[in-house]
Design a protein around this ligand. Structure first.
Ligand code: FE2
Ligand code: FE2
Length: 409
């Protein structure tokens, strides 16, 4: 660690910085992490513990680096990316547009909301979303590869907006929504976090927020909505995405804290689906802090968030997640299933089972072998069930990868 500059060998040319003063303890990266001299400090998927963080800070190492082009899979080895659904050029243009939108709000506090989001800016974004939908149509087998080449912390919000826009348009297209809704979900994705531009950057990029700071962050949907509320060039659904993308059926969302019934009956399904796109993007993105997940891990985590066994009302509506995973599961995971044979799972009935064979069209209804009752009593006679024949049963949780191996043996 005390190596001199002359020993510098491995420092990634386009290294992304991880600021140790801002990182959340226990963060896990899908990348090998290096110090400024190119010494490897932590292998991909190792835990950046509080002890290690403090040790590095004591040694005056405030930043670690990783190469965004060398994402590792959990099994080791570099993750192979299949061709993306969107061209690099269009993605770059969308990133520019997101930057323009967010910066124009941040830089122009003296102007009225309407003058910050001019018709020009909205038309430009709409044109990009139309191009995006065209590329999605022309490239049906393309994968979603999140934007990874961040040069600085500031770029996180631009990249996230671009990712959510692509995810929204992709989801709307796969679900065969009307042209108008496809555009609204793409545009809504690009605009959804514009309210964050009113928040000081040091709060925005901080890992551990005080209650007061978190309250400021929680204001961003409302602030964003103020910018678009009376804008005649935006559609109602696009505005709703800005205002409601953090509302949750368990009542713990914001800004209103709607309950389950309100979410089901009053919040458009398209807005609820955008929330899933938002969460997925955050999980797989190069955040200034926290864990960067692979597509597969992010989907497994989302499944577990939704069906947390201790909750009776869930963070997302299970039906929304089912639509999301059916439409996008493989596209978000390099063309692979997000569950695998051998995975140990919990069914919505509470029973424990091992996945035997995936179902391409209904990823939450594979062929399984039930191995334990809902009280976790092992079954003497294990039964194989094809969940596609019993649609009221589905997978509600997945345990750690490989947990089913012992059960299999
Ligand atoms: Fe947001
Ligand atoms: Fe967001």
């Amino acid at each position: 660690m005390a190596a001199g500059k002359e020993e510098k060998q491995n420092q990634p040319a386009n290294g992304v910085q991880v600021d140790l003063r801002m990182i959340r303890p226990g963060a896990i990266y899908a990348y090998d992490l290096f110090d400024e001299y190119g010494n490897m400090i932590l292998e991909a998927y190792g835990e950046l513990t509080e002890t290690l963080r403090k040790h590095l800070l004591a040694m005056n190492t405030t930043r670690l680096y990783y190469d965004p082009e060398k994402k590792k899979s959990r099994a080791g080895g570099e993750e192979q990316q299949r061709p993306g659904v969107v061209s690099e050029q269009l993605r770059g243009e969308m990133l520019e547009s997101a930057k323009d939108l967010l910066d124009s709000i941040r830089d122009n506090f003296n102007f009225s909301p309407e003058s910050r989001l001019t018709r020009d800016k909205i038309d430009r974004s709409r044109k990009l979303v139309n191009n995006l939908l065209q590329e999605i149509d022309d490239n049906k087998d393309g994968m979603f590869n999140p934007l990874v080449k961040l040069k600085s912390l500031d770029q996180y919000d631009y990249a996230h907006s671009t990712n959510v826009s692509i995810l929204g348009a992709l989801l709307a297209s796969k679900l065969d929504f009307s042209r108008e809704i496809r555009v609204a979900m793409g545009l809504g994705g690009l605009f959804h976090d514009i309210g964050k531009s009113s928040i000081a950057k040091d709060i925005l990029h901080k890992a551990r927020l005080s209650d007061e700071e978190f309250d400021v962050v929680k204001g961003h949907p409302h602030v964003g909505y103020k910018y678009v509320e009376n804008n005649p060039h935006m559609k109602e659904l696009e505005k709703q995405i800005v205002l409601l993308h953090h509302e949750r059926p368990d009542g713990e969302g914001y800004p209103f804290g709607f309950d389950h019934d309100h979410m089901v009956n009053k919040v458009p399904r398209e807005v609820r689906l955008m929330s899933l796109c938002d969460v997925f993007s955050a999980l797989v993105s190069e955040r200034p802090y926290g864990t960067v997940h692979s597509g597969q891990d992010a989907l497994r985590l989302m499944l577990n968030m939704i069906h947390a066994p201790y909750k009776t009302v869930y963070q997302f509506l299970p039906g929304d997640f089912r639509d999301f995973i059916r439409a996008l599961g493989m596209t978000l995971n390099g063309g692979n299933f997000f569950l695998q044979p051998g995975d140990l799972v919990r069914l919505n009935s509470g029973e424990v089972a091992v996945v035997e064979e995936m179902n391409r069209l209904f990823p939450l209804n594979p062929k399984i072998r039930v191995v334990a009752t809902k009280d976790r009593q092992p079954l003497k006679r294990q039964v194989t069930v094809d969940l596609i024949k019993n649609y009221s049963s589905y997978i509600a949780n997945v345990f750690e990868k490989g947990a089913g191996k012992a059960q299999n043996a």
